[in-house]
Design a protein around this ligand. Structure first.
Ligand SMILES: [Zn+2]
Length: 329
């Protein structure tokens, strides 16, 4: 067992590719800072549509081998982001992609949408109690845009956070751990509107796609709900590379990308969050710029094992008390 880093960030996603689109810059930034970044993906994305014609044979309606291919794409994407801890909930293939809302695959045996929430949450409790993250990132209750697996990922992650903190729940899964801060993925409406205006007025003519609309973007909310902004501009090339690694799902023409619907949308170089549980590290009326803001290790903590020998000259416990020896005049 290797010792865990001081700061630990856990992200829960529905399918391979969601993590790079939503949080790629954030993940790369924290991994580069030495934070333990862990990703739990709930399904292999077996029902995804395949963009490159040469790989169309992988799709569920043909060879049905897309899941294993997407696991490889995810591994390649994590390499681009510098993230080494990525897992599938309950192991690869434990839960299957449920497809879009309303299709018959929603109710197939093993579909994530039909999974028992507490049963799936227990699998995540084990991860939470092992890694003891201070920060958890997930979708909002609508899954950002209503996909059944995204909604279920939200439910499972919120439930797991509660159960992990309950010492009476499955003690054999490890000691109870309360996650200090929980965030939902967000996009501020004003930023989305500005980027779509730019897309429509200047960029789309030079792209191989038509333009999507803001409603196609998950997690868009009014600006006042945004609590936290991660400036990912230094990491945007790595984010784009991670998205490109998901080649069956994403085509990238920086700073734009398209999913299998062939509609261009912005590749966000800044990522936005809504803090829904835990202390804000921002001054009133301000936004946070660090998911760990307000937590005790805001600044690097001294490591007791590497501290120099306690110096009696400067140690307040043993240094002469100058106040008491100063004579009053
Ligand atoms: Zn997804």
């Amino acid at each position: 067992m290797t010792e865990l880093a001081d700061r630990r960030l856990l992200l829960v996603h529905a399918h391979p590719d969601d993590e790079s689109i939503n949080n790629g810059a954030t993940m790369a930034a924290y991994a580069a800072q030495g934070v333990h970044v862990a990703l739990v993906t709930c399904t292999l994305g077996e029902e995804g549509e395949v963009i490159p014609p040469a790989l169309a044979h992988l799709a569920a309606e043909h060879e049905n081998t897309l899941g294993a291919h997407r696991a490889d794409e995810l591994a390649a994407a994590m390499k681009e982001l510098g993230v080494t801890d990525h897992r599938f909930l309950g192991g690869p293939g434990r839960f299957r992609d449920s497809g879009m809302m309303g299709v018959e695959q929603n109710h197939r045996a093993g579909a994530f949408w039909s999974a028992d929430v507490d049963e799936a949450a227990a699998l995540l409790v084990e991860v939470i109690r092992e890694l003891r993250p201070q920060v958890l990132v997930m979708y909002d209750p609508d899954g950002g845009y209503g996909h059944p697996d995204h909604i279920q990922a939200h439910r499972v992650a919120m439930r797991a956070a509660d159960l992990a903190a309950d010492a009476g729940f499955r003690p054999e899964l490890g000691p109870a751990h309360e996650i200090a801060k929980i965030y939902w993925n967000r996009v501020p409406r004003s930023v989305g509107e500005r980027l779509f205006a730019e897309l429509n007025e200047h960029a789309v003519a030079g792209l191989p796609w038509a333009a999507a609309v803001l409603d196609d973007v998950p997690g868009v909310v009014d600006d006042d709900r945004i609590t936290t902004v991660i400036d990912g501009r230094p990491q945007v090339a790595r984010k784009a590379a991670a998205m490109r690694a998901h080649a069956t799902q994403i085509a990238v023409e920086e700073p734009w990308f398209a999913l299998s619907n062939d509609l261009a949308q912005p590749l966000f170089d800044t990522e936005y969050y809504e803090l829904v549980r835990g202390p804000s590290g921002a001054a009133p009326g301000e936004r946070e710029h660090d998911l760990f803001a307000g937590l005790p290790f805001d600044r690097p903590q001294p490591h007791s094992e590497t501290d120099p020998e306690t110096d009696p000259e400067t140690d307040p416990e043993t240094a002469p008390d100058t106040d008491s020896t100063t004579e009053e005049r």
